[in-house]
Design a protein. Structure first.
Length: 409
């Protein structure tokens, strides 16, 4: 690990900065400014979906080819797409009206390796800045009001990082004054204000997950993925704490880890499965259970009330389904094959399921079974992008660029 600079701060300051990074500094309490939401668990704190009777289109846009999720913050909705030719565009819309506030385009190949191609990463909104990673390695910091470049750098050209087979992706993550990027063997951390280097790991192919920050025993840690490992480092300096070997076919370690107390869940698709680890803050993590019953190819599971809810299986494969498992043991409690492939998020105690065919379903999260009380066809196939619920609206996109914002009643 090469340490280029280090800005120490107290534990209390670190906790406060982490709270700010998680979204508490934003105008709206129910914003969704980063991938998997302000708590990084895929769950909104909003209530009310248990009594949904309708979901009507508030506004709709065409944003181009891609799979990156929308983010919502400070009255803005930001989402990216590809024109099918030679460029990506990052769009910023007014959250209420859908009026375009700005757009920012940059050259980028379609890169349709074994799939349709297009954008795969998700932007991050943090106060007056928007951060975006392009698949070829461009990293942009934009002014959130105007969409102008504040600073930019390049993961390949500036840092000599090897591009993963499907490109750099995930989302930038803001932690205090630092910007964490999943690049190289175990991450890259920049000053979020000017892009200067805080610390960097050695070169190598990164995985496809988003950096995950957590605190244990007064120390802040971050988990990154590469093509062979999930790696835990000290967030302040990048020193490796442990590396957990995780060999997934094609090196697609894409789902974010789930951290709950002393437990860390790692999962991936392509037949690999999941493993629950126990780590008290010292030494190597120890296995609690390992199973092929939970294979999250793209999106991480939800942990709700001691149970995991997730899409199990690969796109285009038989038996892909929505599942519920017991977190402590990995025991499968139910399987709902009618959902097939798709994505799932949650709000309160309600699952928000968006099937690959574009049907929106809402159901109580229950270990007893899956019984949607609301269903509506909202998009054309195919859908791999998780629905986002923020400020009373559900944002949904499909691969071809159909993007809708639904007002729920």
């Amino acid at each position: 690990m090469k340490i280029l600079s280090l800005s120490p701060f107290s534990v209390n300051q670190a906790i406060l900065l982490l709270a700010v990074a998680a979204g508490f500094s934003f105008v709206h309490a129910d914003d969704w400014p980063v991938l998997r939401g302000p708590e990084r668990d895929g769950i909104s704190n909003e209530e009310g979906l248990a009594k949904v009777t309708s979901a009507e289109v508030a506004w709709e846009k065409k944003v181009g080819l891609g799979y990156g999720a929308p983010v919502v913050g400070g009255g803005k909705v930001v989402i990216a797409g590809h024109d099918g030719g030679e460029k990506d565009t990052l769009f910023c819309f007014d959250e209420v009206t859908g009026d375009e506030k700005w757009k920012f385009s940059y050259p980028q190949p379609l890169a349709d390796l074994y799939f349709q191609g297009g954008t795969t990463g998700t932007a991050t909104i943090n106060g007056d800045r928007v951060y975006q990673i392009a698949r070829e390695g461009e990293l942009f910091c934009l002014d959130a009001e105007k969409g102008k470049v504040v600073w930019s750098t390049h993961l390949k050209k500036e840092f000599k990082y090897e591009k993963p087979d499907w490109g750099f992706t995930g989302a930038p993550f803001v932690h205090g004054d630092h910007l964490l990027i999943n690049a190289g063997e175990s991450g890259l951390v920049l000053n979020r204000q000017d892009g200067s280097v805080v610390w960097k790991s050695e070169t190598g192919k990164a995985g496809y997950s988003t950096p995950y920050v957590f605190e244990k025993n007064g120390t802040q840690y971050a988990i990154f993925s590469n093509e062979k490992y999930y790696v835990c480092v000290e967030a302040a300096n990048g020193n490796t704490v442990w590396s957990h070997k995780w060999m997934t076919r094609y090196g697609v370690n894409a789902a974010d880890p789930i951290v709950a107390g002393n437990h860390i869940l790692i999962a991936s698709g392509y037949g690999k499965g999941a493993e629950l680890l126990q780590w008290s803050g010292s030494g190597e993590p120890k296995r609690v259970w390992k199973s092929r019953e939970l294979k999250t190819q793209m999106n991480a599971a939800l942990l709700m009330g001691g149970y995991l809810y997730a899409i199990d299986g690969d796109e285009g494969k038989d038996m892909t389904s929505l599942k519920c498992l017991k977190f402590e043991t990995g025991e499968t409690l139910w399987t709902e094959e009618s959902v097939g492939h798709g994505t799932v998020s949650a709000a309160g105690d309600q699952l928000i399921v968006l099937t690959e065919k574009g049907e929106l379903q809402i159901a109580m999260a229950s270990p007893e079974g899956y019984e949607p009380h609301f269903k509506k066809q909202v998009l054309d196939p195919k859908v791999w992008t998780v629905p986002v619920f923020a400020n009373g609206k559900i944002c949904c996109r499909n691969a071809s660029g159909q993007f809708i914002v639904l007002s729920v009643k």
